[in-house]
Design a protein around this ligand. Structure first.
Ligand SMILES: Cc1cc2nc3c(=O)[nH]c(=O)nc-3n(C[C@H](O)[C@H](O)[C@H](O)COP(=O)(O)O)c2cc1C
Length: 166
């Protein structure tokens, strides 16, 4: 899925992330709080998610608020990751400039060593967020472009549904 955020100047930013879960809290994703997207969410928790299934000609668009799901869920998510994924996250350097490729190997080696000593090591910045939706649009493509578009809008506990022009 694509997660869109805005930076401190109001400029949009977007990237692909794994959808980790969907439940009553919303759509879950996991990332580092220290990454650009984590910093952007801390300053402005309004986000958008976009899904596209080409074989089904379906799109789902979600706008909502990204909520930190807390240390228990984030720790469990971190521990369930592969050792390589944990080592990379423990670098705590996501999206920093890599001045030379030679820097990566030794830095990663140190994280593998830390994990060998303590297999339960959890990155303190690893966070599961759930996007609580305020607006959801389901888009079903039509061969002759008469696409069906349904928008659900939340008002408190109530949802209203409207049909949109294609
Ligand atoms: C298929 C795919 C799945 C990805 N899943 C994640 C993910 O679950 N969490 C994550 O932090 N980055 C994930 N990434 C990397 C992000 O797209 C992005 O490069 C990275 O998180 C840095 O984003 P930022 O600089 O906006 O913080 C994934 C990339 C791809 C292509």
């Amino acid at each position: 899925m694509t997660l869109s955020t805005v930076d401190e100047s109001g400029r949009p930013d977007a990237r692909v992330l794994l959808l980790k879960d969907v439940d009553a809290s919303g759509w879950h994703f996991a990332t580092s709080k220290g990454s650009p997207k984590g910093v952007q969410i801390a300053a402005n928790s309004h986000v958008a998610l976009t899904f596209y299934w080409q074989p089904l000609a379906r799109q789902v668009r979600i706008r909502g608020i990204a909520k930190d799901m807390g240390a228990n869920l984030s720790g469990a998510d971190f521990r369930a990751r592969s050792i390589s994924a944990r080592a990379i996250a423990l670098l705590e350097r996501q999206s920093d400039e890599l001045t030379s490729e030679g820097e990566l190997g030794p830095a990663l080696g140190r994280q593998f060593e830390r994990l060998a000593i303590d297999q339960d090591l959890v990155s303190p910045s690893w966070t599961v967020f759930a996007v609580q939706p305020n607006e959801i649009e389901f888009w079903q493509g039509h061969e002759e472009r008469r696409h069906t578009r349904l928008r659900y809008t939340r008002d408190g506990a109530l949802w209203s549904r409207s049909l949109l022009w294609p």
